[in-house]
Design a protein around this ligand. Structure first.
Ligand SMILES: NC(=O)c1ncn([C@@H]2O[C@H](COP(=O)(O)O)[C@@H](O)[C@H]2O)c1NC=O
Length: 536
């Protein structure tokens, strides 16, 4: 067990400030470097630095010792070896609380570092630039992470900084007599998170783009998530919760909140579902979501009309809903929303005056979030002991393009009916399976969702269509979409009995013939898409 400290942590813990006498600087990103070096020099700190970092510092007239002078060994192999030397690493790794380490340093004539400032080669940025593999591999930093990890491990003696935005804190701490143990622990945690994130990016690239598998799924997949907010609670008040971001600055996690109460866990879940539904349409569209299911969904000539129609889907359930618009919110839409108790509204923007109208509701959370783009193609769901990964469900050209539909029963639909069928087909995937959605004039009028059999979804869709608009029988004359095939004719029969005049569904049941027969007998139009859109 030689070399392994035997003293328990408590005995080693040292909360005293450690004056910074010597710092090692090696940064790819030179932002703020000269200011930092100047300030450290002003505080009497001796600076040691690598290649171009040292040149930057020296060019600013600040004294600096090139690392080669320290190691007695030239930087070589195109910079692959600069700081990988015992004189550097012993200076970083010596635990200066231990007399034995101090004695060894003295014998070796090595001075310890109390501060290490490093930032790494831009690996992820090089991948994103589409560079060739050799160029990408060259940007895997080796010496930098070694120093960062060494300094972070030795945080009782050394402060490590990996982020130029922290340089002001560094200068303040040095001027105040050094970093406290708590500060060094915090910096070390950030440093290990930084190298872990860096290595995840490298490992993911190797496992996918560079050394991918025959089955197309990487043998390893890693993620790096940074805490963005502590939430009041999770799905229920007894569950603690927080929001983490993947740091790419896209999607709902990157939304800006303009007004209202703090977002809750359920707000995020519902807002994500609302955005997904609204952005399934190219024309102005609004989705109103409750418990991750739509209770309102419509397109319109403008966003206010889309909202008015979406609200009319189910005005009862819209109370306390989450609204997503796929266009900037107009003042007219804002006036409509302001009349209804709403939890969240999210949009790509707000026309002049719209936020002011919405903000009349003190608690309404008003979010602005970019239109979808840059999302990863795969999505994940945790199961006990594992992670399911699948490619996102999108509207693929095959089956989702109306031109590819097969007429399975009745006469070909006229243009308006076809437009409603296409709307219904796009809308139904916003509802949890089994889902059946009735639509008329570009708006959902009855949605049956989350049922354990399709007949019940049909019944629910019809009942809601016929009861939620002041007694108007909206199922009669509507069109319907089913997210998956009808296994029997019974579900379809519920729709036929209610007066639905056209249906779109994937087809593919062993009893398709029975289903088609029922449609023909009722004289309605029915299309098969050949594609289904379950959402569990
Ligand atoms: N190989 C090494 O010994 C080594 N030591 C430090 N680096 C990196 O070199 C960069 C700084 O180099 P320069 O000062 O020459 O710009 C930093 O991003 C640092 O993380 C190294 N480069 C790559 O591994």
């Amino acid at each position: 067990m030689s070399g392994v400290p035997t003293a328990p942590d408590a005995q080693l813990a040292d909360d005293s400030q450690r004056p910074v006498r010597r710092a090692l600087l090696s940064v790819y990103d030179k932002t703020g470097l000269v200011e930092l070096a100047t300030a450290l020099h002003g505080e009497g700190v001796e600076l040691v630095s690598t290649g171009s970092t040292a040149r930057h510092i020296a060019d600013a007239g600040v004294p600096v010792t090139p690392v080669e002078q320290l190691t007695g060994f030239p930087e070589c192999l195109e910079g692959r070896v600069k700081t990988l030397h015992p004189r550097v690493h012993a200076g970083i790794l010596a635990d200066t609380r231990k007399q034995d380490h101090l004695d060894q340093l003295a014998d070796l004539d090595i001075a310890p570092f109390e501060l290490v400032v490093v930032n790494l080669y831009p690996f992820a940025e090089t991948v994103a630039s589409g560079a060739e593999p050799d160029a990408v591999v060259e940007q895997i930093d080796i010496g930098g992470p070694s120093m960062v990890r060494a300094a972070a491990k030795n945080h009782p003696s050394v402060a490590v900084v990996v982020d130029p935005s922290r340089y002001d804190d560094v200068v303040a701490a040095v001027a105040a007599g050094g970093f406290t143990f708590a500060q060094r622990k915090g910096l070390a945690a950030a440093a290990f998170a930084h190298t872990a994130e860096y290595d995840v990016a490298v490992a993911n690239w190797f496992a996918t783009a560079y050394a991918g598998t025959e089955d197309g799924w990487p043998d390893f997949t890693g993620g790096a998530w940074t805490k963005q907010a502590v939430l009041r609670y999770g799905e229920n008040p007894h569950q603690e919760a927080a929001l983490y971001s993947d740091g790419r600055g896209v999607g709902l996690a990157a939304a800006e909140q303009l007004h209202g109460k703090e977002m809750s866990y359920n707000n995020y879940v519902d807002t994500d579902a609302a955005r997904r539904a609204a952005y399934d349409f190219t024309e102005p569209a609004v989705a109103i979501i409750k418990h991750a299911n739509p209770c309102g969904l419509a397109v319109g000539g403008d966003i206010a009309q889309a909202h008015a129609r979406a609200h009319a889907t189910d005005p009862v359930s819209a109370y306390g809903g989450v609204i997503a618009a796929n266009r900037p919110v107009s003042v007219a839409m804002a006036e409509q929303v302001a009349d209804v108790f709403t939890e969240v509204i999210v949009a790509p923007g707000y026309e002049d005056g719209a936020v002011e109208v919405l903000a009349r509701k003190k608690n309404l959370r008003i979010l602005v979030a970019d239109r979808p783009g840059g999302e990863l193609p795969a999505e994940t769901r945790q199961i006990s002991g594992g992670l399911l990964v699948q490619l996102r469900d999108t509207f693929q050209a095959d089956g989702d393009d109306v031109a590819s539909w097969t007429l399975a029963a009745g006469a070909a639909a006229d243009e308006a009916t076809l437009a409603d069928l296409e709307f219904a087909w796009r809308a139904v995937r916003a509802a949890k399976s089994n889902a059946v959605l009735l639509a008329a004039d570009g708006a959902a009028v009855g949605i049956g969702m989350g049922q354990v059999n399709r007949v019940d979804s049909c019944r629910l869709a019809v009942e809601r269509a016929n009861t939620l608009a002041g007694g108007a029988e909206r199922a009669r004359g509507a069109v319907a979409a089913s997210d998956a095939f009808f296994p029997f004719a019974d579900g379809l029969q519920v729709l036929l009995d209610a007066g639905v005049r056209a249906v779109v569904q994937p087809g593919g049941s062993v009893r398709d013939a029975d289903v088609v027969e029922a449609a023909k007998a009722a004289g309605i139009t029915m299309y098969f898409t050949g594609t289904r859109h379950f959402a569990h």
